[in-house]
Ligand binder design. Structure first.
Ligand code: NAD
Ligand code: IPM
Ligand code: MN
Length: 347
């Protein structure tokens, strides 16, 4: 099986190097790797954040492990040339519509959460974020009004097929968990959300074993801090899911801990930490590689058919944390490489 490795910008190469060492240490047969340029690094070398040769590797690969993209040097470029278009383009081109972002407290890290320990320790939730639609992909631009004012606009829309397919993903995920699904929207204000709510409710008829509830996104943000243990699976749109998952990461302990899978309808996937390229700490060995290492575990489980290898990685991460491995985001002083070493030592 072919695994594409796209390290990207900022801390991307640092965290990817540790994930690669962990994959190599597993000694798995039958995996080959191909590296590709994405993001600002690809723009600087090839003039485009997602060059055709990278997209070709992605199409041929059975799974993609992605670091992060984003480079402030590129923020003045036209939007279609900015680094972020690499990840948005891969999600869209490969129809990776279902983004699974699990947030679970490692008991060893209960003290790292921004929440009180008794609140944090109950967290075991999965955010299912739609990735191919919403305000992200609608018509957008900056125009001039009749009064001569500059006006920015981004059209938010979802059609019923897009909502239905992510709803099925989320209900299926809930069926193999605690069978509770909370759909998060803003139906009190947005027509897009009203349709979302109507369609999710229709799909619920196919899953009588799953208990469906609905929540407005502002309340959901509050409930994630007040009582996150109430959530099993959350399904939501692209923008709300982006925001709520960063928030959930701090409830768990650090943005450096949250992994993700972005899946198409056939199980092909892109795997990445939920965080970005962290330009503020890039090149300093301060990045926590565990989110990327845990993303590699998700890749082995969901796309490569190696659940036992995924279990080994997850157990090694837990043991490394137990033995005191802490990068600065977790309140320690270990470098990116030392965090990787701690996982390798267990493996
Ligand atoms: P960010 O996630 O890169 O960083 C936010 C904060 O979290 C920073 O203080 C950073 O140092 C810290 N952080 C992030 N990952 C960490 C890790 N592994 N270990 C320790 N600390 C970590 O978000 P941002 O600062 O808003 O964005 C920076 C760039 O990344 C932007 O260009 C943005 O567009 C891009 N971005 C890319 C992705 C992606 O590639 N999927 C995701 C989010 C942001
Ligand atoms: C993420 C990021 C991306 C998003 C950006 C970089 C386009 O924030 O993967 O969470 O908004 O989806
Ligand atoms: Mn994000």
């Amino acid at each position: 099986m072919l695994v594409a490795l796209f390290a990207g910008d900022g801390i991307g190469p640092e965290i990817m190097a540790e994930a690669r060492r962990v994959l190599d240490a597993l000694g798995l047969d039958g995996l080959t790797y191909e590296e590709g340029l994405v993001g600002g690094a690809a723009y600087k070398a090839k003039g485009h954040p997602l060059p055709p040769e990278t997209l070709d590797i992605a199409r041929r690969a059975d799974a993609i492990l992605f670091g992060a993209v984003g480079d402030y040097d590129c923020d003045a470029l036209e939007r279609h040339l900015r680094p972020e278009q690499a990840i948005l383009g891969l999600r869209k081109e490969l129809t990776l519509f279902s983004n699974l972002r699990p947030a679970k407290v490692f008991p060893q890290l209960a003290d790292a959460s921004a929440l009180k320990q008794e609140v944090a320790s109950a967290i075991d939730l999965l955010i299912v974020r739609e990735l191919n639609g919403d305000v992200y992909f609608g018509e957008k631009g900056i125009r001039t009004t009749a009064d001569g004012l500059r006006e920015g606009y981004d059209i938010m829309s979802y059609n019923e097929a897009e909502v239905r397919r992510i709803a099925h993903s989320a209900f299926r995920a809930a069926q193999v968990r605690r069978k509770k699904l909370c759909s998060v929207d803003k139906a009190n204000v947005l027509e897009t959300s009203q349709l979302w709510r109507d369609v999710v409710t229709e799909v619920a008829a196919d899953y009588p074993d799953v208990e469906l509830s609905h929540m407005y996104v502002d309340n959901a943000a509050m409930q994630l801090v007040r009582n996150p243990g109430q959530f099993d699976v959350i399904v939501t749109g692209n923008l709300f899911g982006d925001i709520l998952s960063d928030q959930a990461s701090m409830c768990v302990g650090s943005i450096g801990m949250l992994a993700s899978a972005s899946l198409d309808a056939n199980g092909k996937g892109l795997y990445e930490p939920i965080h970005g390229s962290a330009p503020d700490i890039a090149g300093q060995g301060k990045a926590n590689p565990l989110a990327t290492i845990l993303s590699a575990a998700m890749m082995l489980r969901y796309s490569l058919g190696r659940p036992e290898a995924a279990d080994r990685i997850e157990a090694a991460v837990a043991k490394a944390l137990e033995s005191g491995a802490r990068s600065p985001d977790l309140g320690g002083a270990m470098t990116t490489r030392e965090m990787g070493d701690a996982v390798l030592a267990v493996l």
